[in-house]
Design a protein. Structure first.
Length: 434
């Protein structure tokens, strides 16, 4: 790629738009399933299906998506280090778009689980590869802005999914999935406009030259002889890999523990407040909307916080405020209107912290393993995320059905994040490692 092109403002914003839009579509895709899960499972299981059966099989389908995101994300990250960021980014967008469309053709819950699992493959890879492409293209001094703006795309995807459901939802859940295949068309435009970043092009050429000559003189050159995934667990990188994984796991575990049960809490409070049964669904939608408004503000706020106080300082801010502010919100969740008013705070903290990962993780690792590290740290942590609803469910049992107390207790996971930060290096002001 021509370095002059890479530093053109118009091209920088094209890369930002591509990474942001990919993440918007990721968020949209995930929310589309949440919106149509009940009618889809009722249709696939038959009219006699109970609410419990719909919830059970719907959860299995959701789990297949999360598992697909975890393993597919790692696979695509490895590929991105070997064949290029742009190529793999387009493959991931194409994968989750086409699999979303195929979800509309499912004739059983098993088929739907298969398609959603493959959708997860694309979703898991897109974020990590897109954030690496962004980090390697944007100047060091502006990377926090670019990462924060990209991360803001996920909650925007919620509003796009709601709009799609509003416009075509009356035509059935299959039509909603068919429209979700639209992002596949975007890959054509991006394929014509995007170029591999200079850092990867130079590293790829060096990898090829070393392999051709079979002359690995220095310890650094000898790293090219090893599989990128195995390098993450070498003595040189294991500490950074562990830090990246723990920070990701804490954020993911926290946000799922904090938000997974919000619909159930809102439903309970709404009934206590005398809200009519038919109006409860609208109240839940309002709650998720407020949560995502807070998420957008929280994602963008990482930029000025990290610029002023550094990467570690920004993570410290989100973890500490999550530990201090979120538990009281849930513990005192006995007033319906007050709880709704406080939901943006949960979204701000729980979702806002994720802007740190497209900024911080690429700064920890060199180009040769950057995408592998990005996907392994983040998507490996997704496996922990799957356990978050389970642990919350156990806590609900211990608290005799009190969703709020269970969610508040889960927030203690932020303590692990605070401890991890004691060992994390500060990368503010550092150039991206070669």
């Amino acid at each position: 790629m021509d370095s002059a092109l890479e530093h053109k403002s118009s091209y920088l914003y094209l890369v930002l738009f591509a990474a942001w839009l990919g993440w918007v579509f990721d968020g949209m895709d995930a929310m589309l399933y949440n919106i149509v899960m009940i009618p889809a499972l009722h249709d696939l299981l038959g009219a006699s299906a109970t609410k419990a059966q719909v919830g059970y099989y719907g959860g299995l389908v959701m789990s297949s998506t999360l598992l697909g995101a975890a393993f597919g994300g790692i696979l695509f990250g490895i590929l991105a280090d070997y064949i290029g960021r742009v190529k793999v980014l387009l493959i991931t967008i194409l994968t989750y778009s086409l699999m979303t469309g195929l979800s509309g053709l499912a004739h059983s819950w098993q088929e739907l689980a298969l398609y959603r699992g493959l959708t997860g493959f694309g979703i898991g890879g897109e974020w990590a590869v897109g954030s690496v492409l962004l980090a390697e293209t944007w100047p060091d001094i502006k990377r926090t802005f670019a990462g924060s703006f990209m991360q803001m795309g996920w909650p925007v995807g919620f509003f796009l999914a709601a709009a799609i459901n509003f416009l075509v939802g009356t035509h059935g859940w299959r039509s909603v999935f068919f429209v979700g295949a639209f992002p596949a068309l975007i890959t054509v435009l991006f394929r014509l406009k995007l170029r591999e970043p200079d850092k990867w092009v130079k590293d790829h050429a060096r990898r090829a030259e070393l392999k051709r000559s079979n002359s690995y003189a220095t310890d650094e050159e000898k790293e090219y002889r090893h599989f990128t995934f195995s390098l993450l667990f070498s003595r040189k990188y294991i500490k950074l890999t562990t830090i990246g994984f723990l920070l990701s796991a804490v954020a993911l575990f926290g946000v799922w523990g904090a938000t997974y049960w919000i619909p159930a809490i809102v439903e309970t409070l709404a009934k206590s407040a005398g809200v009519a049964e038919g109006a409860i669904h609208g109240r839940i939608f309002l709650a998720i909307t407020l949560l995502n408004i807070g998420a957008i503000v929280g994602a963008l706020s990482f930029w000025p916080i990290a610029t002023k106080f550094g990467r570690r300082g920004a993570f410290l801010f989100y973890f500490l405020t999550g530990l201090i502010l979120i538990p009281p919100i849930y513990i005192n969740a006995n007033n319906f209107n007050l709880f709704l008013m406080l939901l943006p705070i949960i979204g701000f903290i729980g979702n806002g912290v994720f802007s740190g990962f497209p900024v911080y993780l690429p700064e920890l690792f060199p180009t040769k393993i950057r995408a592998t590290a990005q996907t392994t740290c983040y998507n490996g942590a997704r496996l922990v995320t799957i356990l978050s609803p389970f642990f919350t469910g156990v806590l609900i049992g211990l608290y005799h059905g009190n969703f709020a107390y269970a969610a508040a207790t889960i927030m203690s996971v932020y303590l692990i994040g605070l401890i991890t930060l004691l060992f994390a290096p500060e990368t503010k002001g550092n150039a991206l490692p070669d």
